[in-house]
Ligand binder design. Sequence first.
Ligand SMILES: Cc1cc2nc3c(=O)[nH]c(=O)nc-3n(C[C@H](O)[C@H](O)[C@H](O)COP(=O)(O)OP(=O)(O)OC[C@H]3O[C@@H](n4cnc5c(N)ncnc54)[C@H](O)[C@@H]3O)c2cc1C
Ligand SMILES: NC(=O)c1ccc[n+]([C@@H]2O[C@H](COP(=O)([O-])OP(=O)(O)OC[C@H]3O[C@@H](n4cnc5c(N)ncnc54)[C@H](O)[C@@H]3O)[C@@H](O)[C@H]2O)c1
Length: 475
Amino acid sequence: MSDIIKTDICIIGAGSGGLSVAAGAVQMGADVVLIEKGKMGGDCLNTGCVPSKALLAAAHAAENARTAFQFGVDTGPVAIDFPRAMDHVHSVIAGIAPHDSVERFEKLGCRVIEAKAHFTGPNEVIADGKRIHAKRFVIATGSRAAVPPIDGIDAVPYFTNETIFKNRICPDHLLIIGGGPIGLEMAQAHQQLGAKVTVIEMATILPKDDPDLVAVVRDMIESSGISLYEKIKTKRVETHDDQIRVIIEHNGADITIEGSHLLIATGRKPTVDDLGLDAAGVTYSARGINVDKRLRTSNSKIFAIGDVTGGLQFTHMAGYDAGIVIRNALFRLPAKIDYKAVPWVTYTNPELAQVGLSETAAREKFGDAIRVVTWQYAENDRARAEARTKGFIKIVTTTRGKILGAGIVGHQAGELIGLWSLAISQKMKIGATAGMIAPYPTLGELSKRVAGAWYTPSLFSEKTRKIVRFLLKFG
Ligand SMILES: Cc1cc2nc3c(=O)[nH]c(=O)nc-3n(C[C@H](O)[C@H](O)[C@H](O)COP(=O)(O)OP(=O)(O)OC[C@H]3O[C@@H](n4cnc5c(N)ncnc54)[C@H](O)[C@@H]3O)c2cc1C
Ligand SMILES: NC(=O)c1ccc[n+]([C@@H]2O[C@H](COP(=O)([O-])OP(=O)(O)OC[C@H]3O[C@@H](n4cnc5c(N)ncnc54)[C@H](O)[C@@H]3O)[C@@H](O)[C@H]2O)c1
């Protein structure tokens, strides 16, 4: 226990947030110690974004084959080899892993310690028997699945995001408690790979998203054959022979749903246990570590970023937070977080993407002094050519045309939302997108057309017609 390492920055957690701080800081000349107790790359690489999107890609491939007949392409019955779909998932992880590896970070110049870390005081962390004293610490310990205290839950086997990607047998009937992004992405992935799926949600699905956009996803979920129960109380879970039973209360009566497997996808809890936060003088709650706008904790030499702060739990936000910390810790700039233009995407088919204020949030802030314009995928020629006509784009502006928020539900919505993130972060007006030349035929034209729709009432008004008729009198 006598080794003392003195360093500029000590980072606890090598997930999306910790790795971004480490890579940035070391390449800018700081001495960096990076500590990871599990797999390098954290949740996103090993048990989150990457495996979920890889499994969805396999599932969408199956669905595309099933629906290819509409293009005159007959595939015959589609056979799913579930273990090979999982092999695809793990080959994608393995392909990305070197980028997040101990070897790469050591090559960059970081000292990587593979052990569990905890604070022993305001300026000391211990890991692997080494005492680390740093000018600044960064806590980037992420989050884990929060399992609700449902009666009987401790006596039934269930998956969380940490175990579901290890499963190599296609469930006969996957029961999913929780209809957020994890629940819905996994529901669609498994349904398209051949499982029967039931989703049980205590509120409404995707409760953080615009209900008009969510309605399109709900329609897709239900029409694909997934059973969906919303506004439901889960009373109890139990095993029966080799099956799992979920007992729910529906319209005042108890209903028993029986399935072969259970996935819990009911949100996250921050990883704050056994970190010695009290010794470090860092305050926290069940939601996560408290931080100010510069991401400093109650101990100003210790920063916290990413999921552990309980904010917007996305990989791109952990990366964004990392940039704020680098500016504060390395350059002593008072950089502050600004979450006005944070996009997020749920990668179901159709995808649902959102950035800025939703219509509801905008009405709460501006009352009726907003304008809302929409444009349907069905009116986009590329969407028609690809038979992807479900969905629409919705833009919310001030009455003077400042863009406040954008929501898109439809094919490739996640690829389309970037333009609107930029527009909001740069405080652009709707005229900028209306005037943009969009290549034809692309889904990108949706953005131009919805912006054009903003001008339709004034452009094709009686007043404009009068002006045009007047000007035409002059030849
Ligand atoms: C199924 C699923 C799908 C997702 N899909 C997406 C998506 O498509 N897009 C998106 O943007 N986000 C997605 N997310 C969210 C995303 O994974 C997280 O927001 C992101 O990983 C958070 O990064 P982080 O660095 O804060 O934490 P993590 O990635 O969780 O990293 C924290 C690291 O800290 C380590 N650690 C914890 N305690 C200690 C300790 N005491 N000592 C040493 N090390 C420690 C952990 O082992 C872990 O490696 C998904 C999440 C899940 C679960
Ligand atoms: N595409 C993406 O970017 C993506 C994908 C997956 C996860 N994530 C991130 O991971 C986070 C966690 O995802 P998540 O889906 O677990 O959490 P979530 O908090 O977003 O959704 C959980 C859902 O479970 C419901 N729920 C909670 N307790 C319940 C109970 N007892 N019975 C029935 N329903 C219950 C909630 O009402 C909610 O709709 C997300 O919020 C997001 O930040 C992102």
